[in-house]
Design a binder for this molecule. Structure first.
Ligand SMILES: Cc1ncc(COP(=O)(O)O)c(C=O)c1O
Length: 408
């Protein structure tokens, strides 16, 4: 640990030099307290952060938000970005400030956190099945009455109606359509019958249609992705028409992802987009290919993990302090060091990773800080308590990932 005095000591290896805040005279315990209070602006820089740390490049993040908001505006679509990506109330607020109509959440517990932070326009995209979830849905709706819950089953809709009647409330229900490989009721007649049931039942209101085609989102190549998404979403749009022609109003059909936002916004009848990853981006999205080429570059990589080289067993090997517990590991690709192009990272257990420096473009020393692009943003964010927001090298804010671990 560095003290005020130790910064005067010469002869420390460059990579192990004290951080800027330490050189300015702060002790590490003062830095820790600043981070805990979020009192960082104008005081801390990237070098002051303990690693592994999750970083957000605010300039890139703000450009991503603005780009998608502008696309939604120009294409006349509402935007309700999915919070499963960020789990962070500050980010939900930033998206709403930029024009989003609300926030999708994957689970009720996630939605509870956003409601506690005053976020409205919640759409819970998984069905509240089971007694406990139904009770939580009612509690959530009491706090945030415009919340919409997805359902795909008649029995579940009846239970929700009954529970809402007993509590003298009305719940907003959207029907989830099976357009991907996951959940949802079949498009066409089965969905129409569920809409008619919801329309008849007391204390529930038919709000709209949810149709997320996960398998379309990462189809490689723009034209192939376009074909996949149009094929997946067409039955959803037809179902909307069927419901409307039966005399039931369908206020919206929500769907889409970072991979298909500019495809789904051209489909007549899809009037709300719910992408998530675009705010951060990850390697898994970079490699799907964009409209103009092999790399998907509509949005910038704003999210990175900062790690430290803590061992140099040989000239060509560096061991960093970020392993399986610092990155999601569900994708074929591994983390990529941002300013060491072509340097492969390999997993070295829970806490460690290995860099093969044989073809490194520069020397890597003990104590160096390495920033990594992440393979898959959503589950990586869920591994961290805080997001350090940077403007250049300066830490501007510390945002709590308040819905981290909220998977119920
Ligand atoms: C229901 C739903 N909507 C939207 C999204 C956002 O997708 P993406 O992060 O690929 O933009 C997801 C992601 O898994 C999802 O599950």
């Amino acid at each position: 640990m560095y003290s005020r005095r130790s910064v005067l000591l010469a002869g420390v290896a460059p990579a192990l030099w004290p951080s800027r805040a330490v050189r300015r005279g702060y002790s590490w315990s003062e830095i820790e307290r600043m981070i805990a209070r979020g009192d960082v602006k104008g005081k801390l820089t990237r070098d002051d952060l303990p690693t592994p740390a999750l970083l957000l490049d605010l300039d890139a993040f703000e450009r991503n938000i603005a780009r998608m908001a502008e696309h939604a505006r120009r294409s006349g679509r509402r935007l309700r970005p999915h919070a499963k990506t960020h789990k962070c109330p500050e980010i939900a607020r930033a998206l709403i400030r930029a024009g989003a109509v609300g926030t999708c959440t994957a689970k009720i517990s996630e939605a509870e956190v956003f409601a506690e932070h005053g976020i409205s326009g919640l759409l819970v995209t998984s069905a509240p099945v089971g007694r406990h979830r139904i009770e939580r849905a009612l509690r959530l709706a009491r706090r945030a009455p415009d919340t919409v819950f997805c359902v795909d089953d008649a029995g579940n809709a009846r239970e929700l109606s009954e529970a809402a009647r007993a509590s003298r409330m009305t719940l907003n229900l959207a029907i989830e359509l099976l357009v991907g490989q996951r959940s949802g009721i079949a498009c066409g007649r089965p969905a129409l019958e569920l809409a008619q049931l919801i329309d008849r039942l007391p204390n529930v209101r038919f709000a709209g249609l949810q149709a997320y085609s996960g398998p379309s989102s990462h189809v490689v190549g723009f034209e192939a992705r376009r074909k996949h998404s149009i094929e997946a979403m067409t039955p959803a749009v037809e179902t909307r028409r069927l419901i409307e022609s039966s005399g039931i109003e369908c206020a919206w059909l929500s769907g889409g992802s970072t991979g298909t936002y500019n495809i789904d916004s051209e489909i007549d009848g899809v009037d709300e987009l719910q992408p998530g990853s675009y705010i951060f981006m990850d390697i898994d999205y970079n490699i799907i290919g964009g409209r103009g080429g092999e790399v998907y570059e509509d949005f910038e990589n704003s999210l990175t993990v900062l790690a430290t080289v803590y061992s140099k067993p040989s000239r060509d090997v560096a061991i960093v302090d970020a392993g399986l517990k610092s990155f999601a590991t569900d994708r074929k690709v591994g983390p990529a060091p941002k300013d060491l192009p072509g340097v492969p990272y390999s997993w070295l257990g829970d806490e460690h990773g290995k860099l093969d420096l044989a073809r490194a473009p520069r020397e890597v020393k003990l104590g160096d800080r390495i920033e990594f692009l992440v393979p898959h943003c959503d589950p990586t964010v869920n591994l961290y308590d805080h997001l350090y927001c940077l403007r250049g090298d300066n830490v501007e804010a510390v945002w709590r990932i308040a819905a981290r671990g909220m998977n119920q």
